[in-house]
Structures are given as structure tokens and as C-alpha cells.
Design a protein around this ligand. Structure first.
Ligand code: ATP
Ligand code: MG
Length: 710
């Protein structure tokens, strides 16, 4: 076995070496470099994507930084402007309002004074009035009379008397503030005596006659009086007047919001809304003006957001300024330093840029000017920038490092994956930039990469498939060599057996030892049979060699099949007389002549008869039939022998192939018989068919085509 393998390899060594060097090795090397190239390309692509995304993130960060820088520069300019140094509120208001208008300032500018009060110079012309009113000079002089009137109002609860007493004082009063205060007291007493109509008239006159003043307790007189009017109207159930008036008052509060102290604004707002809610529940619906509630709702929302800005300024004052005050003192005389801070305000990051204002150059930082930047203020610029610069399939968001809340950025579509995160230089703003990418965009390129990948895979498959084929062929050749070895052994055996027998008979005949003429006759018959057998064996082998070399030729002539079959059966019977075979022949009548090589056909028929005899076992009946079909004539030889298993029925036509069971039944045989038969039938454009059942018998049919028209 191994020696045969070596033989086959040696025989094919040139082919194998060529295959290995020209196909196998180059393919493997190509595949290796191909895979490496794909890998490199992929890496480069990733790198390119990454660089692109990085570049984009950097420009976004730079945009935020430049906005913050611009804001810082503006703040520096404001804090050193003449308007601030000279407390020229009107100019400061104009300057900042103009800058806010043309969007060169984005944040909310706030001025915190030394008393901790603050003002929005971009929104109001001047700071809210000081809470302590300036008491008029005459007030002291009027005190004894005022005390008397107060006694009637509070102790005696004699309101008409109190009204008349206050009225007398009013007559004597010269100062506007004093007059306003006394008139307010008169109105108060009128409310107490439930003369609401009169009270309303009095309060209205206070509003008209004394604009821009504060009450005795330092509140804006106008808004206080307006609130009192509303209260009186509601108490009087004068809803027709109440609703329009309340809308007007709350509108006034909203418009004037920035000039009032935010806490006070909140107080009046609450009071007025409470009254409105009560009035709405008490009044008949037809007395509520059209669109009243929707207008109120709008104002309520606007006030709500204004209060938030107020609270923000307050939060900065409480949380940031004390700290900066300390730092600023240390940095005195170094020019305006802008402090950058972040305030976590109501779950939002607010960037607070703060400059200390030192008007007197005392080195003490008591006043501050600041710009409060919320993400919403930056949104417009960021959106434009994002639209212009974002590469396809990339999305970013800014997330607060402290609250982990998303501050800026669209919803990330599902299926997008995080690519990387980055932080702003110097960690300001303290936001994390998260970059996401669309996997789908990457997939387009990976598809192209896959084309190369599949090409290489196909190349490798072909190479391995080819190698497989070669290995298969080698195995086949080795098997063939093995069969050949067996064949030589069995041919030698086939020759040796009859030759030995013939030698012995001849020896006896030559020595004249056999006298009995019957015996002599029998010996001659045996000699003839054995020599016939040897002749046929040699012929089989020679024919097979011819077939292998492609040299076997056939001469096809019109042949009488019936005669041919009869002769062949006769000679077979004669040869096998001793073995006791009985051959039953049945030939259809009117057989047309068939184109055949007589000798070859006889050889084929003999081979299948020989097989039938060899593989018959004890059953010695063989049926031969010649059947006429529509387009063909079939010579069928049927035995009752061992049969051929289904899986061997094709293999029996292969050269040297001998059935498994056959070898034990008949140890001699070359395995060439049916190979020859098949070849002969092919040369006749015919066919060999095997119908067989193991254990029951075999019928082998030689099918010869009929010429058309026969
Ligand atoms: P050779 O014909 O060269 O002496 P062989 O008869 O063994 O040898 P083939 O005639 O080619 O070779 O037949 C091949 C095999 O087919 C046989 O070994 C046997 O296994 C099977 N075979 C052929 N004819 C029959 C049959 N009539 N009954 C059973 N097995 C058969
Ligand atoms: Mg045979």
C-alpha cells in the first residue's frame, strides 16, 4: 500500500511540484497579503473616520470657546466702561441693550451692588428703587395729627372719623410723598368701612396723581395701589371692572418686572393671581371677558421665566460671589479679572462670567458685573455650526459632568453607537462631548471590504478544492495500483492452474500409460477445455490492454443474432458439460439482423455466461433469452445464483473490480469481464443492464439498438 503510494507520488512528482509551486503556494501567499491589505485598509478607514470626527468635535468645542471668549471680552469692556464707573445707568442700559439686540452679547448681564441687590442693566433702565423711601421733612411735623387719626382707625375703629382726620392732614400737607401716603391711608379706611366704590376712586387718584413713588414701607406705590383697587373691586363683586383691571395690573407687573425687586414682584404676582382665581370661581361666567384666561396664562408663563432669571442672579450672589470676593481682593489692581464659574442651577449648568467692579480703586470687590450664559443662549450658534460641519453619520451631545444631564444635542437615533468622548480644553465648560456614529454608514464600507474578503475566500476554496481533487486522484491511482497487483496475482493463478493440469495430462498421455480409449478421450477434452479457457483469458487481457491503449477496433456488420446466440450457448454448454449446467434458450422469432462485431459480441456473451456459471452456486439452471423490443434487441442471461448487492451494481463495470462475496465463491478471476462487456456494448451504441437481487439471482441484459426502420 505505502509502496504504491510512493510510486504514484514519484510518477506524478513533476505535476505535483508544478501544482504546488504555481498554484498552491502563490495562492496562499496572495491570500495572506490580501487579508493583510484588507486589514490595513480597514484600519486606515477607521483612522480616517476617527480623525474626521475628532476634527468636527474640535471645531464644536472651539465654537463654544470662542462664544465664551467673546462674552468675556464684552464683559471686560462693560466693567471698565465710563457708564459703570460714573454710575451712568441710562448709558449702561443703552450699551448692553444694543449689544444684546445685535447678539454680540448672548448671556444675561447682571450688576450686583455692594448691598447685595442686583439689577439687569440690559432689561431695565435703572436699578429697582431702594427699599427705604426718603421720608418727607413735614412728616415729623404732622406726627401728632397722624397719631390721632391712627387712634381713630386702629383703636376706636371709627373709620369715618379717621377718614375726615386724614383728609384734614392731607389739606395741610405740601409734600407729594406725604400727600400720597395720607391718601393711601384714607383709601385704606374706606376699605375698612366697606365703602369699596369710594376706596377704588381714592386709590385710582393716588395712582394718577403720584406716579413713581414708594409706599411708607418702601414698596412701589403704584403697584401696591393697583393691587388694593383689585381687592376692593373683588370685595365689591364688581367683576365687570375687576377682570379688565386685573389683566391690566398683571400686564403692568410683567412689563415693569425688571425695575421691581424680584421678591416683591413674586409677592404681588401671587396676590393678584389668587384674587383672579377667586374672582373666576365667584363670578358668573358671562362676566369674564373673552380670551381673558388665555391672556392670563401667557403672562403667567412669561413671569415664571423672568422669575427664574431673577432666582439665577440670586443664586450667583449667594453661591459664587463670596468666594470671588475673596479671590478678587487678592488680585486687586491687576485690572479686571473675569472669573469663569459654573453654577448647577435648577438642574442646568449655567456659565457665570464674573468681573469685580472697583470704581474707587479701593482694592475691595463689593460690586460685580457678570454675564450668565445658559445653554439656550448658545444654541442658535451651535446649531448653525453643527449643520455646517457635522460629517455624515455622526451625532454629538454635550453632557454636564456634574449632573450627567444632556445639555445640548439631538436625540441619538437607535442603532447608533458611541464612538468616543472628549472634554473641553481646561475643562471649561465642564461638559463632556459624546460622539455617536451611525453603524449603517460604516457598513457601506464594510460591504466593499467584504467583496475582497469573499474573493480571497473563493480563491482559497478553489485551491483547497483543487488539492482535494488531486488527493482523491492520487488515492484512486493508489487503489488502482493495488488492484493491478491483485490482478497480476490472480492472472498468474489463472494461468498456473490449467497449465499445471495440462502438463500432468500431457505427461501421462506421452508415457502411454493410459490405455483406455474413453479415458484418453476424456483427457483430450479436458486439454481442449483448458486451452480454450487460457485462450479466452489471454484474449480478455489482450483486449483489455487494447482498450486501455484505445486500439481496439470493431467491425460492425449485419449479424444474425439468433444464430450467434445459439452457437455461443452451444460452445458454452460443451465447455461446461462436466459441471452439469443446463442452459434454457428462448429466442424471439423474426429477429432482424443487427449491426454487430460478431467476435466481440460472442466474447461479451461468453463473459456473462461465464459469470452466470461462476456465481450460480448449486443451482445450475441458466436461462438465455433473446427478446425483441421496439427499438432494440436484448440478450438476457439469467441465473439463480448469489446475486449482486445494489451498491456493487455500478462498480462491477470498473476495471479489476470484483464483488466482495464473489471473491469467496470464485477465488479466480481478473475483474475484467464486465469491463470488457461494457466497452463492447458501448462500441455497439448499446447498453448493459443488471437486474439482480442478492441470494436470488442475476439477470444481465445486453441491449443492442436496432437500425431505424427495422
Ligand atoms: P473475470 O471475468 O475476469 O474472470 P470476474 O468474473 O470476477 O473475473 P467480472 O466478470 O468483471 O469479473 O465481474 C465482476 C464482478 O461482478 C464479479 O466479481 C462478481 O462479483 C460480479 N458478478 C458478475 N456477474 C455476476 C453474476 N451473474 N452473479 C453474481 N455476481 C456477478
Ligand atoms: Mg467474469
Amino acid at each position: 500500500m505505502l509502496s504504491n503510494l510512493r510510486l504514484v507520488l514519484l510518477q506524478n512528482k513533476k505535476f505535483l511540484a508544478t501544482f504546488f509551486l504555481v498554484v498552491f503556494l502563490p495562492s496562499l501567499i496572495l491570500a495572506y497579503f490580501g487579508i493583510r491589505a484588507i486589514h490595513n485598509e480597514r484600519y486606515k478607514l477607521q483612522q480616517l473616520n476617527f480623525e474626521q470626527q475628532r476634527g468636527f468635535v474640535r471645531t464644536m468645542e472651539a465654537e463654544v470657546q470662542s462664544l465664551v471668549e467673546r462674552e468675556t471680552a464684552s464683559l471686560r469692556e462693560f466693567s471698565t466702561s465710563r457708564a459703570v464707573v460714573d454710575r451712568d445707568y441710562r448709558s449702561l442700559h443703552k450699551l448692553i441693550a444694543a449689544r444684546t439686540q445685535d447678539k454680540s452679547v448672548l448671556g444675561q448681564v447682571v450688576l450686583w451692588d455692594a448691598n447685595g441687590l442686583f439689577w439687569f442693566p440690559g432689561l431695565a433702565g435703572q436699578p429697582p428703587a431702594a427699599s427705604a423711601p426718603s421720608v418727607p421733612a413735614e412728616w415729623k411735623r404732622l406726627q401728632p395729627d397722624l397719631a390721632r387719626a391712627e387712634n381713630s382707625e386702629f383703636q376706636l375703629k371709627n373709620f369715618p372719623e379717621a377718614v375726615s382726620l386724614y383728609g384734614k392732614i392731607f389739606q395741610r400737607s405740601k409734600d407729594n410723598t406725604g400727600k400720597a401716603w395720607i391718601k393711601s391711608r384714607i383709601a385704606r379706611c374706606q376699605v375698612k368701612q366697606e365703602d369699596y366704590e369710594q376706596a377704588v376712586v381714592t386709590y385710582r387718584s393716588v395712582i394718577e396723581e403720584f406716579p413713581g413713588l414708594l409706599t411708607e414701607s418702601g414698596r412701589p406705590l403704584e403697584i401696591v395701589s393697583r393691587t388694593e383697587v383689585l381687592d376692593a373691586l373683588r370685595a365689591d363683586k364688581n367683576f365687570r371692572a375687576f377682570f379688565p383691571e386685573s389683566l391690566q395690573t398683571i400686564e403692568h407687573l410683567e412689563k415693569d418686572f425688571w425695575s421691581i425687586n424680584g421678591d416683591q414682584a413674586e409677592l404681588y404676582e401671587t396676590l393678584i393671581f389668587q384674587m383672579i382665581d377667586e374672582a373666576l370661581s365667584q363670578s358668573p361666567p358671562n362676566q369674564v371677558p373673552e380670551n381673558f384666561e388665555s391672556s392670563i396664562k401667557k403672562i403667567r408663563e412669561s413671569l415664571h421665566s423672568k422669575r427664574a432669571v431673577w432666582r439665577l442672579a440670586e443664586a450667583v450672589r449667594e453661591d459664587l460671589l463670596p468666594d470671588i470676593r475673596n479671590k478678587a481682593e487678592n488680585l486687586a489692581n491687576e485690572g479686571p479679572v473675569i472669573h469663569r464659574n459654573v453654577l448647577d442651577f435648577e438642574e442646568k449648568d449655567v456659565l457665570a462670567l464674573l468681573a469685580s467692579v472697583d470704581r474707587q480703586k479701593t482694592g475691595r470687590a463689593d460690586e460685580f458685573l457678570g454675564s450668565l450664559l445658559q445653554i439656550g443662549d448658545l444654541k442658535e450658534s451651535l446649531d448653525t455650526h453643527l449643520k455646517e460641519n457635522s460629517p455624515p453619520g455622526v451625532s454629538i451631545l454635550f453632557r454636564s459632568v456634574s449632573s450627567e444631564k444632556i445639555l445640548y444635542g439631538a436625540e441619538i437615533p437607535s442603532g447608533w453607537t458611541p464612538a468616543f468622548t472628549d472634554f473641553f480644553p481646561e475643562n471649561f465648560p465642564p461638559w463632556r462631548v459624546e460622539v455617536f456614529q451611525d453603524e449603517g454608514v460604516g457598513r457601506v464600507t464594510s460591504f466593499y471590504r467584504n467583496v475582497f474578503f469573499w474573493t480571497i475566500l473563493a480563491l482559497l476554496t478553489i485551491v483547497f478544492f483543487g488539492s482535494g481533487l488531486i488527493i482523491r486522484t492520487i488515492i484512486k491511482e493508489v487503489n488502482l495500483l493495488n488492484l493491478k497487483s491483485e490482478f497480476i496475482a490472480s492472472v498468474s493463478h489463472e494461468f498456473k492452474t490449467p497449465l499445471t493440469a495440462m502438463g500432468a495430462i500431457l505427461e501421462r498421455l506421452l508415457s502411454n500409460e493410459v490405455k483406455d480409449p474413453k479415458k484418453v478421450q476424456e483427457y483430450y477434452r479436458t486439454l481442449s477445455h483448458d486451452s480454450e479457457r487460457l485462450k479466452r483469458l489471454v484474449k480478455n487481457v489482450l483486449d483489455f490492454t487494447k482498450i486501455e491503449d484505445g486500439k481496439r477496433e470493431y467491425k460492425l456488420m449485419a449479424t444474425d443474432i439468433a444464430r450467434l446466440v445459439r452457437q455461443a450457448v452451444d460452445s458454452f454448454e460443451k465447455e461446461n458439460e462436466l459441471a452439469g449446467f443446463r442452459v434454457e434458450t428462448k429466442i424471439d422469432e423474426n429477429l432482424p439482423p443487427v449491426l454487430a462485431d460478431e467476435e466481440a459480441l460472442r466474447q461479451a456473451l461468453h463473459n456473462i455466461l461465464d459469470n452466470a456459471a461462476k456465481f450460480s452456486g448449486r443451482e445450475k439452471n441458466i436461462d438465455v433469452a433473446v427478446i425483441r423490443h421496439q427499438d432494440s434487441v436484448e440478450i438476457a442471461v439469467e441465473d439463480k445464483g448469489i446475486g449482486i448487492p445494489e451498491n456493487e451494481q455500478k462498480k462491477v463495470f470498473e476495471k479489476f473490480y470484483r464483488g466482495k462475496q464473489a471473491s469467496s465463491v470464485s477465488p479466480t478471476g481478473t475483474g475484467l469481464g464486465l469491463t470488457l462487456v461494457k466497452h463492447i456494448m458501448d462500441a455497439h451504441s448499446g447498453n448493459v443492464v443488471i437486474r439482480s437481487q442478492p441470494g436470488k439471482g442475476t439477470c444481465v441484459g445486453l441491449i443492442l439498438p436496432l437500425e431505424k426502420g427495422r
